[in-house]
Design a protein around this ligand. Sequence first.
Ligand code: GAL
Length: 376
Amino acid sequence: MKKRRLFAALTAAALAVSMTACTSSSDSGTASGSSGGEKKDISEIVVGLSIGNTTEERWNREIEMFQDYADEKGFELNTQIANNDANKQISQCENLINQGVDVLIVQSLDAEAAGPIVDAAHDAGIKVIAYDRFIMNSDLDYYVTFDSYKVGETEAKFVVEAAPKGNYIWLKGAPEDNNAHLVAEGQKDVLQPYIDSGDITIVTEQWCKGWDPNEALKHTENGLTVANNDVQGVIASNDGTAGAAVEALAAQGLAGTVPICGQDADLAACQRIVEGTQTGTVYKPLAPLNQAACELAVAIATGEDPKSSVDSSLGTWQTLNNNTKDVDSFTVDVEAVNKDNIYEIICVRDQFHTVEEVYANVPKDQWPTEADAAAE
Ligand code: GAL
């Protein structure tokens, strides 16, 4: 039996109160709108959002984007954050399902462990969208993501172009996150010819559980010790772990001399790029990813055609296999960002961070201007 808490019609103020409030609103009280193709008004729907963690900067921004979209369109969003605990994520999703959300969006912590969430949702007639991270071995309905293989390729290219020979430290992402495996594949395909020719030697190759910077710090320190500090490149899989690796390099007086990559365009990483201690980052534009997920969720919940409801200028539909089925997946493109284009892409074009933020630690007379960007 699905339970639904009925509240009086929400006021705009109530909508803005808290993204974590466990409320739902409906004046129909009928079964979930995600099943049986029944039509619902957008003001009646409840979207469940399960976020695995907020450790990385991006997830906080995305939670805000989801809430802004819901506020603007006038539907209820029920956001739950699992604080890096995969079991907690499962029980939070069970709660959302029991409350009768019309559709469930999940940014999973553990690609395998999240499978039962899909089963439980389906038992209740609720469709599931995997957000950013795939849910493996399940009858998942939709997936909205970036091209993680391309992320890995782009990352490794930053480093091999700057240091085509030498000893490398290779920091992979979270083994429990399917994205980390795709990223590692992309990195490997770029590195392999250099490894085969003997130009590049991997002195250490390690996963960083939970994308934890502490793991990256430890592995980088070990790699530096093994190689006697004779390291020419670091492949880091995201900006958080890159930051920790730069810390380890700095402790040996090597920050800024060893090329290193990351992904996400976290503010700290953008600052390192303009300061010269990180070579580049893979920028993942969060706005189109988020919009695509929102449009898809609303279409499912209101009974519209899901795929045609997503603005096709935001990305591309394809199918991706999760070891159980080919899942309809919407993929948003990524971009290489380095010292040369960071101002133009991050500060001016997308206003992902402001120039004041990115160049905070650079003397003001060295800041780029709009005229520099136009000249590029
Ligand atoms: C991945 C995601 C990356 C990065 C990483 C750390 O799943 O693709 O963008 O944020 O998680 O959380």
